[in-house]
Each structure stands twice: as structure tokens, then as C-alpha cells.
Ligand binder design. Sequence first.
Ligand code: NAD
Ligand code: TYD
Length: 351
Amino acid sequence: MRILVTGGAGFIGSNFIRYILDGDRGIQVTNLDALTYAGNLENLQGVADHPGYRFVRGDICDFELVRELVQGMDAVVNLAAESHVDRSLVSATPFVQTNVMGTQNLLAAALEAKVPRFVQVSTDEVYGELPWFDPESPDPDAPRFTEETPLNPRSPYSATKAGADLLALSYHTTHQSDVIVTRCSNNYGPYQFPEKLIPLMVTNALEGRSLPVYGDGLNVRDWIHVSDHCRGLHLALENGSAGRVYNFGGNAERTNLQVVRAIASAVEISDELITFVEDRRGHDRRYAIDHSRAVKELGWEPLVGFEEGLESTVEWYRRHEGWWQRIRSGEYQQFYREMYGDGGRHRPPSP
Ligand code: NAD
Ligand code: TYD
């Protein structure tokens, strides 16, 4: 099997490629990645020389390139995206460009080349927010997102992801394209860019910096270890049904404050470093996933418990200080500019 993975130099993409290649699954991977601020080839060290792996630096918005790369592929797995909500509040244009236009390019090229399968990797954030429930007193009747929950995205990030999902599903309806959409809750684990909650707090804690919690810190997310997500993506790729949506969640609802306190404790620093800062605009209160369809139809379930996963993640960041220090200093971006030239379009939005 030959697959085109987009966004493979990012957090989930690099974990997914490692999962596929390390598992010796007889799959050949071409990784198309623009190496934006979030893309990092060091995330793929260890598989770079694998005979089943090829890297192409390029933009999913470049139709001619995408058209060439999909030739002979058995599937496209689209992970390329602008992925950070806070950045989408500053400038939404790159989100519309990559998440919507880029997905359209891939879908159109895959249709033209008759690629047999397309996996669109999406997020639970397309469903909007749920009413708040206290995760410390779990309520089995508290509502969760199912695949039938109407879409109600509330940030530019989630709006562009919802647009891409609908576009992908429309290709199934109108062109009978074999499209699958996966919607996953908040991931954490190795190689996550230190702008998202967990790696930001872990790296700040390791440096003794303050831990900036938005608002009252009671917003709830359902955390899933990236390895569980990658296994789900592989199962959806191999066994999913065309036109179907699959939710993946981690059975680990926590308030942000619970997460940050757990990180402070793991790093053995004082809770006093926790600082309450201005809330995010339009901050979704609660996400929670019902993933029973994935259990029933894909034989999937999350295997990594949150406490165990958080501990190993903190340990990973402890042992890979060079990796995140190089990101913080901008060293990678300078290196890629020297090595590949500067496309210029994908710099982070200016504040
Ligand atoms: P990330 O920001 O770490 O990585 C994104 C990757 O896409 C980077 O390598 C970047 O260089 C690349 N990219 C961006 N624009 C591109 C373009 N125009 N052409 C080619 N490559 C481009 O993101 P992530 O956290 O790994 O998320 C991957 C996917 O999973 C996204 O689609 C995201 O919406 C989805 N997702 C993420 C989470 C999460 O918790 N991180 C949860 C559910 C779904
Ligand atoms: P984030 O990792 O950005 O993921 P998402 O917004 O896609 O869920 O944020 C997770 C939660 O953590 C969210 O409720 C916002 C909150 N948060 C903070 O409180 N402080 C921070 O510095 C960041 C980045 C996030």
C-alpha cells in the first residue's frame, strides 16, 4: 500500500508516520509538508532513512504538486493544517487557505487520479461546546459529542475544519469518493509544539516560568494520548466505511486547572507558578466525546490512561530539552530557510 500523508512533520503526523513505519505494516509513506512554523523534520528522526519513507517539502495548496504526488497512491491521509485556536483569533486567513483550500485541492486531485481512499483528519471542535459538568463528579448522563451532533464551530480554526469536513463528505455524496472523516479530542504526547496547553505548561514548568491559565481554568477538555489517535487513524484507513465519520476520545475529561496542577506536581514545582490570565475570546467551555461507533465498527479503544500518559509525556520533554529549546530559539526555521529556501507564505501570523 502507498499513502500520501500531508502534515507529516507536525505533531500528530510525525507520530502517525512513525506508527506506520515502525510497525512494519507494508505501507510506503510519502510525507508532503510545507514546514511551517509547526513542521519539524527532527520529529521524524529515526524514520528519515526508512526505505518506505519519502519526504517532499511543499504546500497542499499547490495543485500541480498535489496532482503529481497523488498518482499511484492507495490513500491520502490529510493531517496538514493550521491547528492552533489562538493563532486563528489573530489571523484566520492562513486557516482558510490551508484547511479549506488545501483540503479542496487534495480532494480534487485524489478524485481525478481515482485514489481509492481519503482520510480527512478532523477535530471534535467542529461540534462546538457542551454545557459544563464537573469532571471531578462524573455524570454518566452528561451529554457528549456523537457523530450525529450538529456542527457548531465557534472559532475560525474549528470553522475551517468544519468547512473541510463538509467538503470532504460532499465528495462522497456527489462523486462517490471513498472519504472518511475522523474527529478526535485534544491530543498530547511527544513532539507536540509548545504552544498547546500541555507542552507549553510542561516546558514552562521545567524552566520555572509562570503557567498561564486562561479565565477561571475550569474549561474541560477530553485528553487522548497521540498513540491512541494514531492507532485509530490506521484502523479507519484500513477498515473504515466510505462516507462515515468516526469520533476518537480518551475517556479523560479534565479541567485545565486539573491538568496544570498535575503537571506542576510531576515537575515538582509549586502551584504558585499558576497564573490566571485573560480568557480566550469565545472560549469553548467543554468538549467530551462519545466514541462508541469507533469501538463497535473499528474495534478501537483508547489504551493509555491520562495519568500514565501525562507522566511519560513530562518525562519525554525532560529528556528532549534540546528539541524544544531549538523551537523556542527559532533555530529550525532558520535551518529550513537555508536548506529549502523561504516560501514566505506560512510564517506565523504577526501579533
Ligand atoms: P501541527 O500544527 O503540529 O502540524 C501541522 C503540520 O501541517 C505541520 O507540519 C505543518 O508544517 C503542516 N502544514 C501546515 N500547512 C500546510 C500546507 N499548506 N501544506 C503542507 N503542510 C502544511 O498540527 P497537529 O496537532 O499535528 O494536527 C494535525 C491534524 O490533526 C490537524 O488537521 C488538526 O486539525 C487535527 N487534530 C489535532 C488535534 C490536536 O489535539 N492537536 C486534535 C484533533 C484533530
Ligand atoms: P489548546 O491546547 O490550545 O487546545 P484547544 O484550544 O484546541 O482545546 O488549549 C487547551 C485548553 O487550555 C483550552 O481550554 C485553552 C487552555 N489554555 C490555557 O488555559 N492556557 C494556555 O496557555 C493555552 C495555550 C491553553
